[in-house]
Ligand binder design. Structure first.
Ligand code: MG
Length: 172
C-alpha cells in the first residue's frame, strides 16, 4: 500500500501533468491559427508527451494499490505575443515542474517510500531534457529576432518532430 501523503502528492502531480498537456495544446492551437504549422506540430507532440507523463503516474499509483483522483484542470492562456514568448513561458513552466518533481522526491525520501523515489528517477532526467530543449529554442528565437526567413526555417524543422512513446509506457 501507499501512504495517503504520497497518494495525494501523486494525484497533484497527475493534475499538473494534465495541466501541462492542456497548456501545450493551447499553444499548438494558437500557432495553428497563426499559420505556423511547424510550431503547432511541436506543441501538439508536447501535448501528447505530457499526457503520457500523467499516464505513467496513473499506472504507477494503480500498481501500488492507490486511488487515482482526477481533479479539475485549471484554464490556460490562449494567446502568446510571439514564438519567443511561448517558449519563454514553456521554459518557466518546465522549471516549475522540475521543482515539483524534486519536492515529490524529497517527500518520498521523508516517507521512506523507496519505490516512489525510484519511479521518480526517470522524471528527474526527463526534466533536464525538457528544460534544455526549451532553453535551446528560446536562445535560437532570440538569435532569429525579426528574421522571417529564419523563423520559417525553424518552423519547418519543428514540423518534423514526431511523438515517441516514453520508455516507461512502452508496451503498456
Ligand atoms: Mg511533464
Amino acid at each position: 500500500m501507499i501512504s495517503n501523503k504520497i497518494q495525494d502528492a501523486l494525484n497533484e502531480q497527475i493534475n499538473a501533468e494534465l495541466w501541462s498537456a492542456y497548456l501545450y495544446l493551447s499553444m499548438g492551437m494558437h500557432f495553428e491559427a497563426e499559420g505556423c504549422k511547424g510550431l503547432a506540430n511541436w506543441f501538439k507532440v508536447q501535448f501528447k508527451e505530457e499526457q503520457a507523463h500523467a499516464e505513467i503516474f496513473m499506472n504507477y499509483l494503480n500498481s501500488r494499490g492507490g486511488r487515482v483522483v482526477l481533479k479539475a484542470i485549471d484554464a490556460v492562456e490562449t494567446k502568446w505575443d510571439s514564438p519567443l514568448a511561448a517558449f519563454e513561458a514553456t521554459l518557466a513552466h518546465e522549471q516549475k515542474v522540475t521543482a515539483m518533481i524534486n519536492n515529490l522526491y524529497a517527500l518520498a525520501m521523508d516517507e521512506h517510500d523507496y519505490a516512489t523515489r525510484g519511479k521518480l528517477d526517470w522524471f528527474v532526467s526527463e526534466q533536464v531534457e525538457e528544460e534544455e530543449t526549451a532553453r535551446d529554442l528560446v536562445d535560437r528565437l532570440k538569435l532569429i529576432g525579426n528574421d522571417g526567413l529564419a523563423l520559417y526555417t525553424l518552423d519547418q524543422e519543428l514540423g518534423a518532430r514526431t511523438y515517441n512513446v516514453p520508455s516507461p509506457l512502452a508496451g503498456k
